[in-house]
Design a protein around this ligand. Structure first.
Ligand code: NAP
Length: 278
């Protein structure tokens, strides 16, 4: 079994981006909108801000209260869309009750949509002409590339069908000619779907939902989920202790997909800046 070290790869990507920013004299800028007081969101924003600093991306945080109206949020997005020095706009998820994430995401200009969640960019990925690839699936594709994991013809089973992970992940894999199955909460027999998968990607948010008896010997296992165990320690969706002895490659969690998501966000902001400078 080989560990797919997302932490190490993410560091390498951030370093390469920092060199590019410096050598090409780029002035990338990311605006992050945080609404409300969700503690986990504040932590994620801090992680992104630190990564921006490392790469040389100017970071602007717009912290709105949890009583912000949809109109106020829309006005801010419009203002940032028009601001020429802003390359990327990121709306931190989740939003407080009463605010609609999808309509706000749709308002972000497709040219500044570094998360890739605007329906225009979703459509571009679906037709195989992506402008921005959503950061988590993009990070996983980078892991496959780095570890020289071939995807053509492979049977990949994704567990989870969200717009931010499961669905864009499937599109990325289809573009590399994998055979893709997507499972979800209504899937009748998860084990039956998983047992002959060459690659399993778990994006559910339920600890230990992927158990060793569901995984074939030599499978590659990617663990996206973010959960806490009974001691409050971060863990994923995969029963790592037992699955790792069967897998050929597996991501640790934490230290796998999470850091790659941040690295690919940095990549998308630098990409947006390069396009603007052209
Ligand atoms: P989500 O929107 O809550 O989607 C979860 C998916 O899991 C849904 O499609 C749901 O099915 C499916 N599901 C729930 N119970 C299931 C079951 N028993 N069997 C099979 N499928 C089941 O979550 P998300 O935003 O995609 O995120 C998934 C997890 O990844 C979360 O823990 C999140 O925190 C984590 N995450 C981590 C990163 C990172 O960078 N590390 C990035 C994004 C997300 P239905 O559609 O039928 O409800």
């Amino acid at each position: 079994m080989e560990l797919i070290d997302g932490k190490k790869l993410s560091k390498k990507i951030r370093k390469e981006l920092a060199t590019k920013v410096k050598d090409s004299n780029l002035k990338p800028n990311l605006a992050v909108i945080l609404c409300g007081d969700d503690e986990a969101s504040k932590v994620y924003v801090r992680i992104k801000s630190k990564a921006c600093e490392e790469v040389g991306i100017d970071f602007e945080e717009y912290h709105l209260s949890n009583t912000t109206t949809q109109d106020e949020l829309t006005d801010l997005i419009d203002k940032l869309n028009e601001d020429e020095k802003i390359d990327g706009i990121l709306l931190q998820f989740p939003l407080p009750k009463g605010l609609n994430y999808d309509s706000a995401a749709e308002r972000i200009s497709p040219d500044k949509d570094v998360d890739g969640f605007n329906p225009y960019n979703v459509g571009r990925l679906t037709i195989g002409k992506p402008k921005f690839i959503p950061c988590t699936p993009y990070g996983i594709m980078k892991m496959f590339e780095e570890y020289k994991i071939k995807l053509e013809g492979k049977k990949v089973v994704i567990v989870g069908r969200s717009n931010i992970v499961g669905k864009p992940m499937a599109q990325c894999l289809l573009l590399e000619s994998a055979t893709v199955t997507i499972c979800h909460s209504k899937t009748r027999d998860l084990k039956k779907e998983l047992i002959d998968a060459d690659i399993i990607i778990a994006a559910v948010g339920k600890r230990n939902i992927i158990k060793a008896d569901m995984v074939k010997d030599g499978a590659i296992v990617i663990d996206v989920g973010t959960n806490r165990d009974e001691n409050g320690k971060l863990c994923g969706d995969v029963d790592f202790e037992n699955v790792s002895s069967k897998a050929s490659y597996i991501t640790p969690n934490p230290g796998g997909v999470g850091p790659m998501t941040v690295a690919m966000l940095m990549n998308n902001v630098v990409l947006a800046c390069e396009r603007r400078m052209k």
